[in-house]
Design a protein around this ligand. Structure first.
Ligand code: HEC
Length: 217
């Protein structure tokens, strides 16, 4: 009888601790989704910059693919721009940027299997708005000189995001420089294509904007 009641209390103890354990597990289980569903704060959507020393092989390969696409786009656009410029100056070259920049960007992106674009804190074409992960970065560098703008790589989970600064050079000011001068030479064509043009007033050495790319790693 004594033995029996002892084993009964042992059994109760085991059941109690088991159910306590289960409760702890369930509490833990509840905690996880609750934390996942917490509202995303501003700090959490800030891009997580990858330190240059902290790149594994897959990340390095993805950054290299992104950079290759960015270089290809730069060479293609500047090539077409220069070609047209030599034919008929800014008035002729402006149609290259207007009619070819978007399709050329899509073509280079597809060829390199990346997402790709050009953006700026002061846009000419709203289609060139920065991707969500780059918005705050681009805006926070609005007053940065081109020489001080450093390239950056961002952790996007299964992808890497890459931003490379674009400097304003002498040739660019024909279409992005002094507002009155640009208005005088190209006002009609620019106003028609870009009624909300903010991409004037840049001087040589100013940060004109950024090339960006996303590549899978
Ligand atoms: C002949 C006129 C012309 C010249 C020269 C020119 N651009 Fe542009 N630029 C444009 C036009 C037009 C667009 C809008 C293209 C589009 O619709 O995507 C543009 C768009 C851009 C954009 C995309 C962001 C935005 O504002 O929409 C960047 C970045 C840019 N130009 C940088 C430069 C740089 C750097 C140079 C000099 C190497 C340069 N441009 C020279 C006409 C020009």
């Amino acid at each position: 009888m004594i033995t029996h009641s002892r084993s009964l209390s042992v059994l109760i103890l085991v059941i109690t601790s088991l159910s306590l354990g289960l409760m702890a597990v369930r509490a833990g289980g509840r905690d996880t989704p609750a934390a996942d569903l917490a509202p995303v704060t501003q700090a959490q959507v800030e891009p997580a910059v990858i330190a240059p020393g902290a790149m594994d092989a897959a990340t390095t390969a993805a950054v290299e693919r992104a950079e290759a696409a960015i270089r290809a786009l730069q060479v293609t656009l500047v090539g077409r721009l220069t070609e047209e410029w030599n034919q008929g100056g800014a008035a002729s070259a402006v149609t290259v940027c207007r009619d070819e920049a978007q399709p050329l960007t899509r073509r280079v992106a597809a060829e390199h299997e990346v997402a790709l674009g050009r953006t700026s804190h002061r846009l000419r074409n709203p289609l060139n708005a920065a991707p969500a992960w780059a918005v705050s970065f681009v805006q926070s560098h609005a007053a940065t000189r081109a020489a001080d703008a450093a390239p950056v790589n961002v952790d996007l989970g299964d992808r890497v995001g890459v931003l490379r600064p674009i400097a304003t050079m002498e040739m660019c000011t024909a279409c992005h420089g002094d507002a009155a001068a640009v208005e005088k030479s190209l006002g009609t064509v620019l106003r028609k294509a870009y009624p909300d043009d903010k991409a004037v007033g840049f001087a040589v050495g100013d940060l004109r904007g950024w090339m960006w790319a996303e590549a899978k790693r």
